[in-house]
Design a protein around this ligand. Structure first.
Ligand SMILES: [Zn+2]
Length: 283
């Protein structure tokens, strides 16, 4: 009888230990990151020098644009290199249904140690604060600026894909600077590149970006067709890219086949002798 009781107590103790461990794991799983989002999300005055909004208005207020497009003078559409390298760039748009996070894609890039340049909009960052901080902490990624409100960068409100551009030099200033402050706060690094929502600009806005000391990142190949391509289409349009090609994909459409296409593309390009760079590695 005594032996039975001891066995019973031993089993009970084991059960309690296992249950306690599982409970602890479960609680830890649900533990939320301790980030003061209220403070963190409000753009503050940065500690890097920029012209003021008034200075930009004095330079560009009332100047009329003469061109509008994705490939104007001053936009970097291909990297200046003779090396067999390509730059994978991923936009997170945060426009209407564009706020999700393609976790499989990001995990793959990290696992395979593929450097990448991520363009995050202010809206996407607001919707994904913990993902933003996670990405900001990855040395193989550069966090760059995809605009505070994800609009074409213009001084007269001209639209692309039905999205109205910024309506003045001051609005163009805010579109670039507000998101740059936010990224700087989290990363300690001033974004060096800007890519507007829709990737459309007018020529005056391109000059404003230059005054704000950012390069405009265009693209060589729209790699996932706005996250609409199948994996097979991605491989077709991205095969044999020119040296220094900037490939544009999206990291905010996990329902698309962007991850599957990019995964296979990375393996194929490696086999062909390409290596991957961030924009800031070359420009
Ligand atoms: Zn976008």
């Amino acid at each position: 009888m005594k032996r039975v009781n001891l066995s019973f107590v031993a089993i009970l103790l084991c059960f309690c230990a296992v249950f306690g461990f599982l409970l602890g794991e479960r609680l830890r799983f649900f533990e939320l990151p301790t980030v003061d989002f209220e403070v963190f999300l409000l753009p503050q005055e940065p500690s890097f020098d920029l012209p003021s909004r008034e200075e930009i208005w004095a330079l560009f207020g009332g100047v009329l644009p003469t061109s509008f497009g994705e490939d104007l003078d001053g936009i970097v559409s291909v990297l200046p290199t003779d090396e067999k390298v390509v730059a994978l760039t991923f936009d997170a748009c945060g426009w209407e249904k564009g706020y999700p996070y393609d976790e499989a894609l990001i995990a793959f890039l990290l696992l395979e140690e593929v450097p990448a340049t991520l363009f995050l909009s202010g809206k996407w960052i607001e919707d994904n604060p913990s993902h933003f901080l996670y990405l900001a902490g990855q040395p193989s990624f550069d966090i760059e600026n995809h605009g505070y409100t994800h609009r074409p960068l213009t001084v007269d409100g001209r639209a692309a894909y039905g999205i109205a551009g910024t309506g003045s030099a001051e609005e163009a200033y805010d579109e670039v600077v507000m998101n740059a402050w936010r990224i700087f706060e989290a990363t300690g690094r001033r974004p060096l590149f800007f890519r507007a929502g829709t990737a459309f600009y007018d020529d005056v806005a391109v000059q404003i970006a230059a005054e704000l000391n950012v390069r405009i990142a265009g693209y060589t190949i729209a790699g996932d067709g706005g996250a609409t391509y199948s994996a097979a289409q991605i491989l077709r349009v991205c095969e044999n890219p020119p040296k220094g090609a900037i490939l544009l994909f999206h990291m905010n459409h996990p329902e698309s086949e962007t991850y599957e296409g990019v995964r296979e593309l990375v393996f194929r390009l490696r086999e062909q002798g390409y290596s991957f760079v961030k924009l800031s590695d070359v420009v």
